[in-house]
Design a protein around this ligand. Structure first.
Ligand code: UD1
Length: 381
């Protein structure tokens, strides 16, 4: 009898939300003696604040391979990842490739594996916004079409997949690995004051925050690439900040539009603290104690639902409907008056409290691993 691992599994990461999702999966796979695991980083996100800090705080092992593709158009990024990954997988074929979420790295890796006849598991399968103007929606549709094992975060995702012709036997409901990371990190989350001081908050801002604050993130191309749209949203934030101090973690994409169009004047005035991208433990610490969040991030919609913090989503649709039907989320679109009205409503009523969805229990990654093992056994690997 040998103790050598039985199956070779490669996990792919590329962009910030992937790191939060892969951390518990890597931990569960590596502590299970049946697997020999490699972590492959595409290099889609590379800044220290968007990348290194997440690896450190989430205790993700250093990638075994980094393709270092960097930024570019969606097509450039996807193509470069495919070219780099093809060589890696062809030289050293795993039994299974695990991809998470919906970023360009997810799609590119699923395509390469499908062409090389390597089995693909998609974690966070079946989410649909119905909005193909979002690059992520195309990534989700194609990744799910190609995946062999589709693991879902909410029950509606299975309905979507079956409607698209995926066989029920390929699908399993496992819960939400992003919430595994959240729960595992709550104790280590950074204190609010420490984070604000680290980002240069004035004494007046620290004083204002004692009355409560809102947490803001914006990075969807549809909200931040067009200066008129972004300007409208920032004007709404400025109005809201008269009643509620705001901490605005500014994504590089958003920062670029603000800088190129002189929009920073819209958020000056002392009641909005604009920071660079925050570390994971800083973001969790701020989110947990916020009176509300204003965001267009998929992850923040889910995290605020898990934390019971009211969330105003600056989009017309969401691929995560359970955050609206059960959680604390409200979809308001990007019209400034609707964002203002939603914040006013939360100020009056305290906002939705919601409940934590089924199987967002901190154990999703263990279920991922069991389904991967069962799949490989069925395959006779
Ligand atoms: C990507 C994902 C999105 C996810 C988001 C989280 C796709 C299609 N989009 O969007 O789903 O919600 O990550 O952040 O995959 N940049 C830096 N440093 C970095 C990375 C990016 O400065 O480390 C800048 C570059 O100018 C780049 C821009 O940000 O052009 C956008 O980066 P990119 O990876 O193309 O997409 P995101 O907007 O981050």
């Amino acid at each position: 009898m040998t103790n050598a691992p039985r199956w070779r599994v490669d996990c792919i990461v590329g962009a910030r939300p992937n790191f939060v999702k892969i951390a518990p999966i890597m931990r569960a796979l590596r502590s299970d003696g049946r697997f020999d695991v490699r972590l492959i980083h595409t290099g889609q996100h590379y800044d220290v604040a968007m990348n290194d800090v997440f690896f450190q705080e989430l205790a993700i092992p250093a990638p075994d391979i980094n393709l270092e593709v960097g930024s570019g158009t969606n097509t450039e990024q996807t193509a470069r990842i495919m070219l780099g990954l093809e060589g890696v997988l062809a030289a050293d074929r795993p039994d299974m490739l695990v991809v998470v979420g919906d970023v360009n790295s997810t799609l590119a890796a699923a395509l390469v594996a499908a062409k090389l006849l390597v089995a693909v598991t998609h974690v966070e399968a079946g989410l649909r916004s119905g909005d193909r103007t979002m690059p992520e929606e195309v990534n989700r549709l194609v990744t799910d079409r190609l995946a062999d094992l589709l693991l879902t975060t909410e029950r509606e995702a299975e309905v979507n997949l079956i409607r698209e012709g995926i066989a029920p036997g390929q699908i399993a409901f496992v819960g939400n690995v992003m919430i595994d990371s959240l729960r595992a990190s709550l104790e280590r989350a950074r204190p609010v004051r420490e984070t604000l001081e680290a980002h240069g908050a004035s004494a007046a801002f620290l004083d204002a925050v004692k009355e409560g604050y809102g947490f803001v993130t914006l990075h969807r191309p549809s909200n931040v690439d067009d200066p008129a749209t972004l300007g409208g949203i920032l004007a709404a934030l400025s109005d809201i900040s008269r009643d509620l101090a705001l901490v605005f973690a500014v994504h590089p994409r958003t920062r670029a539009t603000i800088a190129a169009n002189g929009l920073s004047t819209l958020i000056e005035g002392g009641r909005i603290l604009a920071t660079p991208p925050l570390s994971y433990l800083q973001a969790v610490g701020l989110m947990r104690e916020a009176k509300l969040a204003i965001t267009d991030s998929g992850g923040v919609q889910e995290e605020t639902t898990a934390l019971g913090v009211p969330c105003i989503t600056v989009r017309d649709n969401t691929e995560r409907p359970i955050t609206v039907s059960e959680g604390t989320n409200a979809l308001v679109g990007s019209a400034p008056e609707r964002i203002r009205a939603a914040a006013g409503e939360i100020a009056r009523s305290g906002g939705k409290r919601g409940r934590v969805p089924e199987m967002w229990d901190g154990k999703a990654a263990l279920r991922v691993v069991e389904h991967v093992a069962a799949f490989l056994l069925r395959r006779g690997c």
